[in-house]
Design a protein around this ligand. Structure first.
Ligand code: DGY
Length: 428
């Protein structure tokens, strides 16, 4: 443990986790960060529900309800639901104060105007892309600890609708896995495997007024070259009014991500379990079949080393990078022992192993960077999901090891998003 790292006792740790949740509570949802991410982000919010479950189960259910309220007309739950409105009927000082708050929200790029006039079921402005569908898995964990049948039942149909969207609109060629149309959909924004498909996108947005680097060191964030392309893809999607299956069939950026697909396979299985508990046989059956279909598609494309990697759908080539996506693939139910052993070795002693959790990129990759976002650092969400996957596949010892490492990172590096893989220093 380096000298700069301070260890917190467990009670302090619990208190600082609680402070982060309460400090980032926007009423019905939790923002990932007041400065950098001041709206509701899809997978961050679903995971925050598990934090709320420890403090206030009703608030945890509310988190999932506001997330489901962000769904669009096709059932997709977007990656961001924006906090935008300052009610017109308010006057004077209150309106002035709220307008100042609204300006804080306006600091995020790309804000709501970039995405066209996209409205959620609950009236909020939303983005046109999605994020890893962990919500049903979080709902199952919440239900197991704090069952609330009425609230769980009301969430079944919105979550089923989102999973259907992914398996229908986003799988125009019937591969069994959803096509991602923007690197942000993977949740691993600037992962090295996206460089090759992303560099084929000719930047139309050339001047970028970054806001994220005002609150986080640029060395810990994606580059301007990434941002030009991220924003170009947003502009192009808005130009075609986010015609989802068209973008999945012929958009400029199209990939299969084993991490996203496996999260979906596990989410469908969890939704099936919940539906069974609630006596909703048809949803249970459909969800179980969907889970098996995604898991079969993943299993069929395992490499000779037992790992599953990303695919560039523009030319159907495998993207030869070993990253957190291959580790997350273990979340798919029913993958065989060969796959399980390959991932266990990868994250416990192999090229993704770190004393602080699961590295986002192969430690021997020439592009690795200890501090740069998804190009090397350890992320606690990924480490936690890998522990869950190892437990699902029966390896409690490896799962406990992952959780221990994750706690080491947080105890030493603080309540941070990501950590330097060799020192545990907190980042982001
Ligand atoms: C970002 O980083 O701004 C994207 O929305 C991905 O979360």
């Amino acid at each position: 443990m380096p000298a700069t790292v301070v260890k917190f006792p467990a009670t302090d740790l619990r208190m600082s986790a609680e402070n982060v949740l309460r400090g980032n509570d926007n009423g019905g949802y939790t923002v990932p960060s007041r400065a950098t991410y001041p709206h509701q982000w899809n997978w961050d919010s679903a995971l925050a529900a598990l934090g709320w479950a420890e403090l206030d189960p009703s608030r945890a259910w509310r988190e999932l309800e506001t997330l489901a309220g962000a769904r669009d007309r096709q059932g997709m739950i977007p990656h961001i639901a924006f906090h935008t409105r300052v009610p017109d009927r308010l006057n004077g000082r209150l309106r002035g104060a709220l307008t100042t708050v609204a300006r804080t929200y306006a600091r995020y790029l790309p804000g709501p105007r970039w995405w066209g006039r996209r409205l959620a079921y609950d009236g909020r402005r939303i983005s046109g892309i999605t994020q890893p569908p962990v919500a049903a898995t979080c709902m199952r964990i919440l239900f197991e600890g704090h069952p609330d049948e009425a609230r769980a039942r009301a969430l079944l149909t919105p979550l089923l609708g989102w999973h259907r969207f992914l398996l229908e609109e986003r799988d125009p060629r019937g591969t069994g896995e959803p096509v991602l149309i923007h690197p942000w959909e993977s949740g691993r924004d600037n992962a090295v495997e996206w460089d090759a498909p992303l560099w084929r996108v000719l930047p139309e947005v050339t001047v970028v007024h970054r806001r994220d680097t005002h609150s986080v060191d640029a060395a810990e964030r994606p580059s301007d070259e990434h941002y030009r392309r991220f924003l170009t893809l947003v502009r192009r999607g808005t130009r075609v009014d986010w015609a989802q299956s068209r973008l999945a069939r012929g958009g400029a950026f199209r990939v299969l991500d084993p991490g996203f697909s496996a999260i979906l396979a596990r989410a469908c299985a969890d939704l099936g379990w919940l539906a069974e508990e609630l006596g909703e046989g048809r949803i249970a059956e459909e969800s179980r079949a969907a889970s098996a279909r995604v898991a079969d598609a993943l299993r069929a494309r395992a490499d000779s080393d037992g790992l599953i990697r990303a695919v560039d759908m523009t030319d159907e080539t495998t993207l030869e990078v070993t990253s957190a996506g291959s580790a997350l693939a273990l979340l798919a139910p029913g993958l065989g022992s060969e796959h399980m052993e390959a991932v266990r070795d990868l994250v416990t002693t192999g090229v993704l192993a770190s004393p602080y959790g699961v590295r986002s990129l192969d430690r021997e990759h020439p592009e690795r960077s200890a501090r740069n976002y998804w190009r090397g650092p350890v992320w606690s969400n990924v480490t936690w999901l890998c522990a869950l996957a190892l437990e699902d596949h029966g390896d409690r010892v490896a799962a406990a090891k992952m959780r221990f490492r994750m706690m080491e990172a947080i105890e030493g590096g603080g309540m941070r998003e990501y950590f330097v893989p060799d020192s545990g220093r907190g980042l982001g």
